[in-house]
Design a protein around this ligand. Structure first.
Ligand code: DAH
Length: 340
């Protein structure tokens, strides 16, 4: 028996000689001390040992087991310390290294203009309402006095999702949603993305608009003009004037195109205003009585005006951006050039 014990002790010594990880140590430990390990097997054999030899054999085997456990514990302690040291050195941070430089972002010109417009109009008492980008035909066209066979539908190349669902072509669709749910006085501003199948240096299939709507008793075209004068001065500069030109939109009557005097040349004519002294900035008009009626608002008691502008267009004019595509490339070297 003593020989067997010596043999086991020797094979333990051999096995743990080069061990470096606690995982391998654990495996070796199981080989000797595990339920089916070599020492456990010897213990089980005790049954076959004659009774008079059992006490001395038991002593020897207990001593072997204790010796083995102590041996493993000592090695385990050593390995743990070693592994901890290695982890510390691997995770060491050199606080004296220079920090990685991350590039600063910048607000997109659209965001700057959108915020500036909201700030100007909320100063005049407008509230922001955001309608859905996926609209149905009714809100985008029919309720805006543009029934299915109306020629004005051709003014906007529409992306249809189904025969009834579409990507809104104009934020004007939001006007109807507001008027259906709120009784006058109404004073809302509705910014958002719109979509049209159109793509060149001044058009993009997705762009942004800002819509305004005012409905109350005795609202006139003079109120619209006065408000636009105020808006133009705030966004393009104190010396800027506005003028209204007759136009056509199905949902307004009368309809106007709004120009501002050229803020680049002061009206004498330059490249920006193409020599005319005026720059077209938005469409507007008095809300058509059919539109009010359709939303349950009595046009004999109430009247209103509406206006809609392209945010990219305002950004391009204000910041002198000559290609609309620059607004869609997401290049921070471009955005960084603009301050709100
Ligand atoms: N929805 C028009 C467009 O996208 C712009 C517009 C014109 C909006 C006149 C209005 C308005 O509210 O009164 O071309």
């Amino acid at each position: 028996m003593q020989d067997k014990i010596n043999e086991i002790e020797k094979s333990i010594d051999d096995a743990v000689k080069d061990v470096e990880s606690s995982k391998t140590l654990q495996e070796i430990k199981m080989r000797f001390l595990g339920k089916t390990g070599e020492i456990s097997a010897l213990m089980k054999n005790m049954r076959e040992v004659p009774p008079e030899q059992r006490p001395s054999m038991g002593k020897l085997l207990n001593a072997l087991r204790e010796w083995t456990e102590e041996r493993f514990n000592a090695i385990e302690k050593r390995i743990k310390e070693f592994e901890l040291k290695r982890r510390y050195s691997e995770e060491k941070i050199d606080v004296t290294l220079p920090a990685k430089v991350t590039d600063d972002g910048a607000y997109h010109p659209n965001t700057l203009i959108r915020r500036e417009l909201i700030s100007i109009f909320s100063g005049m008492g407008f509230e922001v309402f955001e309608g859905p980008e996926i609209e149905n035909d009714y809100y985008n066209f029919t309720a805006l006095n543009t029934p299915a066979d109306h020629p004005a539908r051709d003014m906007q190349d529409t992306f249809y999702i189904s025969s009834d669902l579409l990507l809104r072509t104009q934020t004007s669709a939001g006007q109807i949603r507001v008027m259906e749910n709120k009784k006058p006085p109404i004073k809302i501003l509705s910014p958002g993305k719109v979509y049209r199948s159109d793509d060149d240096a001044t058009h993009s299939p997705m762009f942004s608009q800002m819509e305004g709507l005012v409905v109350d008793k005795s609202i006139t075209l003079c109120d619209l003009k006065g408000m636009l004068d105020e808006f133009a001065k705030k966004i393009f500069g104190a010396g800027v004037k506005t003028r209204l030109r007759p136009s056509y939109f199905p949902f307004t009557e009368p309809s106007v195109e709004v120009d501002v005097s050229c803020f680049e040349c002061g009206g004498s004519g330059c490249r920006l205003c193409k020599g005319t002294g005026w720059i077209e900035v938005l469409g507007a008009g008095m809300v058509n009585r059919h539109v009010l009626e359709g939303c349950g608002i009595d046009p004999d008691i109430y009247s209103g005006f509406a206006f809609g502008m392209g945010i990219e267009r305002i950004a391009m004019l204000k910041y002198g951006i000559n290609n609309m595509k620059l607004l869609f490339e997401g290049d921070t070297r471009f955005s960084k050039q603009f301050k709100g």
